[in-house]
Structure formats: structure tokens, C-alpha cells
Design a binder for this molecule. Sequence first.
Ligand code: FMN
Length: 169
Amino acid sequence: MNEANMLDMIKKRRSIRKYTDEAVTDEQLRQLLEAAMAAPSGNNVQPWEFVVVRDPDLKRQLAQTHTWSYMAADAAVVFVVCANERASHHWIADASAATENLLLAATALGLGAVWVGIYPGTDREAHVRRVLDIPEEIRVLCLVPVGHPAESKAARTQYRESKVHYEGW
Ligand SMILES: Cc1cc2nc3c(=O)[nH]c(=O)nc-3n(C[C@H](O)[C@H](O)[C@H](O)COP(=O)(O)O)c2cc1C
């Protein structure tokens, strides 16, 4: 991918919450996970862990985590992005970087995805932990439902000059 395509891809990434029934292939799954694990991490510790969920009943249970996780039920696959908090104080930043890479890779593959927040909701995290039998030292950052898009959204940035401070505040 050339530089222009990469910058286009960043703007093209949008939260896609509706999916068709088409499957995500094993090859695509691997590409998404490789992209996630290409992310930077503090001291290169890579504390991330990923639970890949394709089972319809488990997806339905994940969809019930909170009001805005419903799309997990219809996604071809749900990635549960976790990290070992005992491995690194940077686990939130590291798992977030991996999540953004996953979202961008999904866009590049023509798939749709959305970041569904779990951390810092303790009840949300407890629910996901219970459904997937996740050990206590493993924290759950978010869910990323992925599927073939059944909605389209315009590419965009949300650039605002007022957010930028040159040479100090
Ligand atoms: C930390 C975080 C948590 C989010 N949680 C949810 C969520 O629980 N459910 C959801 O539908 N979208 C969630 N989103 C997606 C945002 O709503 C979305 O990124 C924002 O509205 C901007 O739209 P865009 O992604 O299409 O640019 C979350 C995004 C982030 C970064």
C-alpha cells in the first residue's frame, strides 16, 4: 500500500455496526491478528492477548454486555482484546494501539468493524470474563466485532484547528 492509500484508509475507517452473513476467512482472521500484533508497545512487552469468538451462542452473550454491544451477535467474528496487567503498566495503551491496527486492517480488507468499550466498566469486564472464562490477571479492553459491511459511511477526519497547540498551549 502506498502512502496516499494508507492515509485514505485512516479516514475511511468508520464504526460499522451492521454486517451481512458472509464469513470472514481464516486468512483474513490471521491478517487482522498480524496487524494487531504489529502495534507498538511499551518496552516492546506486547502484553496483549486476543480471544477470537465465532460461536453464535457466545457472540449472543457478548452482545448482551451493554446497550452498545448488540452488534457482536451479527458479526462474523468478535475479537476480544485483552492484556496481562501484570506484564506491563502500559497495558491499556498497548492494547489500544493493537485495537486501532485491527480496525485499520479490517478497513483495508473491505471489512467493517467497531470498537466496543469494556474497560473501565467493571460490570462489563466481569460479564465478558464470565462468558469466556478469562483468568483474573487478564484485563479486557474492548470487543471488536468484524464482518462484511451492510452499511457504508463517508470517509472523513474530524480535524479541528482549535485542538492543535503550537510550541506550547
Ligand atoms: C474507547 C472507545 C469505546 C467505544 N465504545 C463503543 C461501544 O461500546 N459501542 C459502539 O457502538 N461504539 C463504540 N465506540 C465507537 C465510537 O462511538 C466511534 O468511534 C465514534 O462515534 C466516532 O465514529 P467513527 O468510529 O465512525 O469515526 C467506541 C470507541 C472508542 C475509541
